[in-house]
Write a protein that binds this ligand. Structure first.
Ligand SMILES: [Zn+2]
Length: 256
């Protein structure tokens, strides 16, 4: 099987693959953000990279190195900026990074790009970067196509319902909780501290935000709903649903 990680092949191999196969190139975008006492700070980049790599294998694509930093954590979906370790970008920095990578990939001749977002707060800034890149490249690369996904959106009701007997708390509260913990147990089990699994939440927040950010209402563990019940098997199920859904979407959208 050929290597999918772009940073592990030479420019000569890369150039040949781009010319010969016109591969889809995936760009995982994550964050350096607390995910509770049981998960490492890099979860969002690790999971988006794992999804990108597995999907790339299925569609014969390549994966650019992930962006390991993301937009500022918000209390109601990531616990907020009050935790040590959470290390975040201003929006302009994130927009610039993503736009720069898309411009460079397009210069190499890549015309089909998938941005796999693994951090809730990144969404609109990644979108802005794509919008600006597509506008900037409309004459030089009019056939450039970019697909953006928050990978968890490929995990539908049929997969989620059996995993959450008490009801799915929603993706915003699924921070360091059952889904991310199960996925990590599937992808990087050596990085999960099972003896530290928190049983907090679901967090009860007001329906608004106040700045400067405060820790009010955020469970002290940093997770926003319970991680109890997380299992590698559940992670495998979610992971396969996500990668299958994304591979189907890539084939469907980029064949037009
Ligand atoms: Zn996360």
């Amino acid at each position: 099987m050929s290597e999918v990680m772009m940073d592990r092949i030479s420019w000569v191999t890369y150039e040949a693959r781009v010319k010969r196969d016109a591969p889809v190139v995936f760009l995982p975008v994550g964050a350096l953000e607390q995910h509770g006492p049981h998960l490492p700070l890099g979860v969002d980049a690790m999971l988006s990279t794992a999804v990108a790599a597995e999907t790339a294998r299925r569609v014969d694509g390549l994966v650019a190195p992930p962006l390991n930093y993301g937009y500022k954590s918000q209390a109601r979906c990531g616990g907020g900026q009050t935790f040590p370790g959470t290390t975040s970008l201003d929006a302009a920095s994130l927009i610039g990074l993503v736009q720069d990578v898309i411009r460079e990939l397009a210069r190499h001749g890549v015309r089909r790009i998938v941005v796999v977002d693994g951090h809730f707060e990144n969404q609109w800034f990644v979108t802005e970067a794509i919008e600006l890149a597509v506008r900037e490249l409309r004459h030089d690369a009019p056939d450039l196509r970019v697909l953006r996904t928050e990978y968890w959106d490929f995990c539908g009701k049929a997969v989620l319902d059996p995993l959450y007997p008490d009801g799915f708390p929603g993706h915003a509260l699924e921070h360091g909780a059952l889904m991310e913990t199960s996925l990590m147990l599937h992808v990087h089990p050596e990085l999960v501290a099972l003896d530290q699994l928190p049983d907090d939440g679901p967090a009860a927040f007001e329906c608004y935000d106040v700045y400067p950010q405060r820790a009010d209402g955020v469970p002290p563990s940093g997770v926003l709903s319970s991680a109890k019940g997380a299992e590698a098997d559940k992670g495998a199920l979610i992971f396969d649903a996500v990668c299958s859904g994304l591979a189907d979407a890539v084939l469907r959208e980029f064949q037009r």
